[in-house]
Design a protein around this ligand. Structure first.
Ligand SMILES: Cc1ncc(COP(=O)(O)O)c(C=O)c1O
Length: 413
């Protein structure tokens, strides 16, 4: 039996939903015991002639002085040598420590090259040609690209919000799940891009119940990119991943995608985490498969940002500084809401993340281009006939100018 098939068999025994939802590639892949694995085994050897990198013969780095001069206080070894496949073990454990207080089952997080890479690994693991993949509507455009264009999956949509503006469209999600013909993938993105919406706590709890009743095995990917970025009281703050991971392993596999990009405001780090909602042999099998796919594409994640993030996570002042920056975004959120109201600009309900959607009359691309001519840059969300405002990247003093520019283009009534 090939190693990948043995892992799939382990999943069949320990997590039937994971086994039922693997793509053909997901079924056959495994982490090969090649150079990185053999080098890891030889890490304690006095004579370590395994990995293709220059060292001082004792495991230390020999960087070029031009680069070492830029390293700051971090040890050269942690910047200039390869990081472990799947991520530094101490960083993986530090990230797991953040998940533990919220409960549920979870694997050891696998470090990825940004959240995009984690999502792309999910697409490879669980979405083959024709796999039904339920995406939010509207959604971050890259989902359809990763699942539909790249993997050939069958993209289906569920509207996030009720048309009357009264919260999550739970009935539409339920209907979309009930209409599935077989095992499928569901993507949840709370708080969402591009709507900038986090559901009320009761709505979020109801989503778990709707998923529990799905007729076929389901992989539920929680894209928690904007975890904690919630600007009103009474809204869902904690990921649904934790509650979903406690559901029946014969029915649901929960997957968490998160990372440093937005949560630590470290956009250029390209460090994300992929965590499976299971433990024991099932967790080890899924980690092995994800690491195999990463090995075949980007290999290990960069060392320097992993070293930086590890130290930041250990700093007792981190939480307060994150809260301070979230406070800056919350101030921008309130300033934008006030400016839109002052100029009578309509908007989709928004209360979280970095974004607001403003519906426009006519072609949103034309509206976007005409705004460019006035020195105002926004993003056209074509399927929703709307413009996406990333208010997190504007200072409060710019909101009035933005709202005044949007006012003549906005769709009213
Ligand atoms: C909802 C959502 N998921 C994932 C990502 C990708 O994150 P990263 O830049 O770490 O690849 C983004 C980035 O904008 C996002 O908005």
């Amino acid at each position: 039996m090939e190693p990948g098939d043995a892992l799939t068999e382990a999943l069949r025994a320990h997590h039937p939903a994971a086994a039922a939802t693997l793509s053909p590639l997901g079924q056959r892949v495994w982490f090969p015991r090649g150079v990185p694995a053999q080098a890891a085994e030889a890490a304690g050897c006095a004579v370590n002639a395994t990995i293709g990198q220059i060292t001082d013969g004792r495991g230390g780095a020999l960087p070029l002085p031009q680069l070492e001069a830029l390293a700051g206080p971090l040890p050269a070894k942690e910047l200039f040598l390869y990081a472990a496949q799947g991520g530094r073990p101490d960083l993986r454990d530090a990230w797991a420590d953040r998940l533990r207080p919220l409960g549920g089952r979870f694997s050891r997080p696998v470090v990825t090259c940004g959240l995009t890479h984690a999502l792309s690994l999910c697409a490879e693991l669980f979405a083959g040609p024709g796999t039904p993949v339920l995406l939010p509507y509207p959604a971050w455009g890259n989902y359809a690209f990763m699942f539909g264009v790249r993997q050939g999956a069958q993209v289906r949509r569920y509207p996030v919000l009720r048309e009357d503006g009264g919260g999550l469209d739970l009935a539409a999600l339920d209907a979309a799940l009930q209409a599935l013909p077989g095992p499928a993938v569901l993507v949840l993105n709370h708080p969402s891009n591009p709507i900038g919406y986090a559901p009320a706590l009761e709505d979020a709890a109801a989503v778990v119940e709707v998923i529990r009743r799905a007729p076929h095995p389901l992989v539920v990917i929680c894209d928690d990119a904007y975890a904690g970025m919630v600007w009103e009281p009474g809204l869902q703050v904690d990921s649904l991943f934790h509650a979903l991971s406690a559901l029946d392993p014969a029915r649901v596999l929960a997957v968490k995608v998160d990372g440093a990009t937005k949560e630590l405001f470290f956009f250029g780090a390209r460090i994300g985490f992929l965590t499976f909602g299971c433990e024991g042999p099932a967790a080890r099998a899924l980690e092995d498969k994800a690491m195999g796919l990463a090995r075949a594409s980007v290999s290990c994640a960069p060392s320097a940002p992993q070293a930086m993030i590890l130290r930041a996570l250990a700093d007792p002042g981190l939480g307060a500084e994150q809260a301070r920056l979230r406070g800056v975004i919350a101030g921008r959120y309130r300033a934008l809401k006030a400016a839109l109201a002052a100029h009578g600009v309509p908007f989709w309900p928004f209360n979280a993340a970095f974004f607001a959607l403003v519906p426009v009359d006519g072609d949103p691309q034309a509206a976007r281009r005409s705004l460019l001519a006035e020195g105002v840059g926004v993003v056209a969300v074509e399927p929703s006939d709307a413009l996406r405002i990333s208010y997190a990247s504007l200072v409060e003093g710019d909101m009035d100018r933005l709202a005044a520019a949007l006012a003549p283009r906005a769709r009213r009534g």
